[in-house]
Design a protein around this ligand. Structure first.
Ligand SMILES: Cc1ncc(COP(=O)(O)O)c(C=O)c1O
Length: 394
């Protein structure tokens, strides 16, 4: 059977290639320190797990979920309250909030809801892959916005050709940024909102890492910028802040017209979230937030441990201000390798799995990404093993 043309536009998913490499290395008896995927290693908070279990035992929580059901209304209300407390932004729970089966689902469907074949989406590169793959699946035209180190990994909006701009309908931004770990100054976000308003472009801001921020930095909501609500929506997830990645729950907030179209599309495709997960999400968002603080403190310690350990072995990498990633240039000794080749070498020779920069787009070439999802002793061990590869005789 021949797959559709839209499927032919997609290259093989990065993590499945790396999974194959890890499988092969494990078959050869290697212990793999896995810093490849941004998959939190800790469980969800106990009070959230308890709520899920209690609600799952109730027979009336097993049916389809509808947006008019009480639990879904309560969830939207809890999200609105969380938003008010965290960002000082007021949202209408009925029109400006849509729960998602993980933010990845909503991001992919956004492109499907808005892009026709000739419509352009402006997507930073490197990026979390669904930002660009969603555009390709929808049949839209992708225009990369290169994120370069010398520009603080921010896109240069002035560089977008007028011809592309005329056909542009959608733009993605996401700071704190995966994979570069960059954060955006408020002035840039303001400029992006003005840009989107001027050119009538939907501005989709992916705020997955708004909680995972170190050293006193604070990330505002794009919706706190005057005029943003005319064009902007903002994605969130419980995957990282509350270690609920496998639960599949996120949400999107902002411009009511954009969200109405997204909900319309979703109405034909899914039946919302398992009700016990919604109840548990309410507990997570409205309960004590100490668990989030603890998680951030843990990532900060791991960040310091790994950055210091890499420095000791002669690999100087920047200390990120946010996210649980470290974005590092491939060491000089191996700079002739592609990021995929270098990652393959580290898996085979050191049993350390990290992500190649090109898994996030071609402008990620020359870099690799570490995810801080193993314990401190394993991070130190990873650096020791990498040292051997860096010291290998020619
Ligand atoms: C920037 C970004 N957006 C979205 C997601 C997906 O989150 P979710 O688990 O809610 O689908 C991730 C996951 O790594 C991410 O890094």
């Amino acid at each position: 059977m021949e797959e559709s043309n839209r499927m032919k536009r997609l290259s093989r998913y990065l993590f499945s290639i790396i999974d194959d490499m890890k499988k092969e290395a494990r078959k050869n008896g290697l212990d793999i320190i896995d810093l490849g995927m941004g998959n939190p290693d800790k469980p969800a908070p106990q009070h959230v797990v308890d709520e899920l279990c209690d609600r799952a035992r109730m027979p009336n929580n097993h049916g389809y979920s509808r947006s008019i059901d009480k639990v879904e209304c309560d969830l939207r209300q809890a999200i609105a309250e969380w938003y008010r407390k965290k960002f000082d932004v007021k949202l209408d729970p009925d029109t400006e909030i849509v729960p998602l089966i993980g933010s990845k689902e909503g991001i992919a469907h956004l492109s499907l809801a808005f892009l026709n074949n000739d419509d352009v989406a402006l997507v930073p590169n490197p990026a979390y892959p669904v930002h660009f793959n969603g555009v390709l699946i929808a049949g839209g035209i992708l225009h990369n916005l290169p994120l370069k180190e010398e520009n603080g990994f921010l896109p240069v909006l002035e560089d977008i050709p007028e011809k592309m701009l005329k056909k542009s309908k959608l733009m993605f931004l996401s700071y704190p940024h995966n994979p570069t770990a960059a954060i955006a100054p408020p002035a840039f976000m303001k400029k992006a909102v003005e840009f989107a308003r001027k050119h009538r472009i939907i501005l989709a801001n992916d705020l997955t890492y708004s909680d995972i921020v170190f050293d006193g930095h604070k990330i505002p909501s794009i919706l706190s910028i005057p005029g943003a609500r005319e064009v902007a929506i903002e994605f969130h997830t419980l995957s990282k802040s509350y270690n609920m990645a496998g639960w599949r729950i996120g949400f999107v907030v902002g411009n009511a017209d954009i969200l109405r179209s997204l909900s319309k599309l979703k109405g034909y495709i899914d039946f919302g979230l398992f009700k016990p997960i919604q109840y548990a999400a309410i507990k997570a968002l409205s309960g004590p937030q100490g668990c989030v603080k603890q998680q951030v403190a843990l990532y900060k310690r791991r960040r310091d441990v790994l950055v210091d350990a890499l420095k000791k072995i002669g690999w100087d990498v920047p200390k990120p201000k946010a996210t649980f990633y470290i974005w590092a240039r491939i060491p000089d000794k191996y700079s002739a390798l592609t990021s995929m080749e270098f990652v393959s070498l580290l898996i085979k020779e050191a049993g350390v799995a990290i992500a190649p920069g090109t898994g996030f787009g071609e402008y990620g070439e020359g870099y690799v990404r570490f995810a801080l999802v193993e314990e401190e002793d394993r991070l130190i061990e990873a650096a020791k093993r990498i040292k051997k590869v860096l010291e290998m005789e020619a």
